[in-house]
Design a protein around this ligand. Structure first.
Ligand code: SF4
Ligand code: SF4
Length: 429
């Protein structure tokens, strides 16, 4: 497929080439303005152009930086835009914003805050060892105020709680005890590599357990090899080098499995998005496209099983009405409404879809200068969740943001499906 630009091109970090491309893109957007109400980036851009009476030549570097900093990489403008490849304008607004962040990081170095926020594996490994203490400490208001002053993480941002045991350690024990792993995988049985995500490994381990329970109930052979953060938080901070290193580590391991007939399945919309859409762009690994073409969002994979007549319909409990938030990074995968479709297979279960941005968007809403704006972005979504009905979202960060804005904490759809099958909640292994 034609691409708007190449992350590995020799002039990727050239300020002149970047400025020229920025002027070209802003000119096209100014003529179009379809995204006028999509996010703060476009709002600020168009207001500034209007202040300058439409004279784009007067846009200065600080104007561009503001537009770049306000982009939280939700990707919503990409599928909306009529000028993306293969159109000859070859416009890719979100990736151009990533390029702007990467150039800033190359010039001034990655900020301390972005370095800290992107070390999800390191933070998770340390914090799970002292989960009670870390969770307690993160709830102390004066300490949160200090954290805001020193590293710039907003004091009111609700943070995910750490689990005292990682998902991967639970899985190792589960694998030792489970019959399917003591026998060779059944001939012709579907096989998947589970890319657990940092959130599942260190925070929301029950979502990972539910995924394994549901996959195993459906006769899927699961493997969970060593893996690292997908690299999305590094991209958020413009740290391309580390994003590429993480992609390389994961691709090396995942490609071996894909070549042996495995699919890659992940419960995290941003992680599966990255592996499908960005790994082939940022990595030189010739297997990146192969892995991308065998990567599925978890609920997308279950919908595929259903289409192939392999999803168990042995449901024990109906789930009534579920209000479901469709995350932006699933929308950007262009796969339809797979979580809704699968949940509606449960008898007497009706899913109401809300497809609005939560405004959390990676590390963006953790930052003190954007936290309040992130709640403003998410307000139309929160209003729909404030009646306390059962709620679901595939995105762990949107779950946090919806809880902050509405008081209702959504669960991952896989936990609802696990309940419908009547399987054990939060199994010990
Ligand atoms: S990716 Fe999202 S935040 Fe960034 S410019 Fe597009 S719509 Fe705005
Ligand atoms: S990103 Fe595309 S759709 Fe959005 S304003 Fe620019 S040209 Fe129009």
């Amino acid at each position: 497929m034609a691409t708007a630009f190449d992350f590995n091109a020799p002039d990727f970090y050239s300020p002149e080439a970047y400025a020229k491309e920025t002027a070209r893109i802003f000119d096209i957007c100014n003529g179009c303005r379809l995204c006028f109400n999509l996010c703060p980036s476009f709002d600020v851009l168009f207001k500034r152009i209007d202040e300058l009476d439409g004279d784009l030549d007067q846009l200065a570097d600080p104007d561009t930086r503001k537009v770049v900093d306000l982009c939280y990489d939700c990707k919503l403008c990409f599928p909306k835009c009529p000028y993306t490849p293969p159109h000859h304008f070859m416009l890719d607004f979100p990736r151009h914003m990533l390029r702007g962040k990467a150039i800033e990081a190359k010039k001034h170095g990655v900020s301390l805050r972005d370095k800290l926020l992107s070390r999800t594996d390191l933070l998770g490994t340390v914090s799970t060892k002292a989960a009670f203490l870390v969770n307690w400490t993160l709830g102390i208001k004066p300490l949160r105020a200090l954290m805001e002053m020193t590293v710039g993480i907003h004091r009111e941002r609700n943070l995910p709680k750490y689990s005292s045991r990682t998902f991967s350690s639970w899985y190792k024990r589960h694998k030792m005890q489970d019959e399917q792993y003591r026998t060779p995988e059944a001939q012709g049985a579907p096989k998947v590599v589970f890319f657990h995500t940092c959130s599942v490994n260190y925070n929301d381990t029950d979502t990972g357990k539910a995924a394994i329970q549901v996959l195993e109930k459906n006769g899927v052979h699961v493997e969970v090899p060593p893996q690292k953060c997908c690299g999305m938080p590094y991209l958020d901070g413009g740290d391309m080098d580390n994003a590429k290193k993480h992609a390389a580590y994961n691709l090396n391991r995942l490609a071996d499995y894909v070549k042996k007939g495995y699919d890659v399945v992940s419960p995290g919309p941003s992680c599966s998005y990255l592996m499908k859409q960005e790994y082939p762009m940022i990595s030189n690994n010739p297997d990146a496209k192969l892995v991308a073409s065998h990567t599925f969002d978890l609920m997308e994979y279950l919908a595929k099983l259903h289409k192939d007549g392999k999803l168990s319909m042995d449901f024990k409990k109906s789930q009534g009405k579920v209000r479901y938030h469709l995350p932006c990074h699933l929308k950007a995968q262009n796969i339809g409404f797979k979580s809704r479709d699968v949940l509606e297979l449960i008898p007497d279960t009706k899913v109401e879809v809300v497809a609005k941005c939560s405004g959390h968007d990676g590390t963006w809403s953790l930052k003190k200068e954007y936290f309040k704006m992130s709640l403003e972005v998410g307000r139309p979504l929160f209003e729909q969740f404030s009646d306390g009905a059962a709620a679901a979202s595939d995105c762990p960060l949107a779950q946090l943001q919806i809880e902050k804005g509405s008081g209702t904490k959504p669960r991952h759809p896989i936990q609802i499906l696990r309940d419908a099958y009547g399987l054990e909640n939060n199994p010990k292994a």
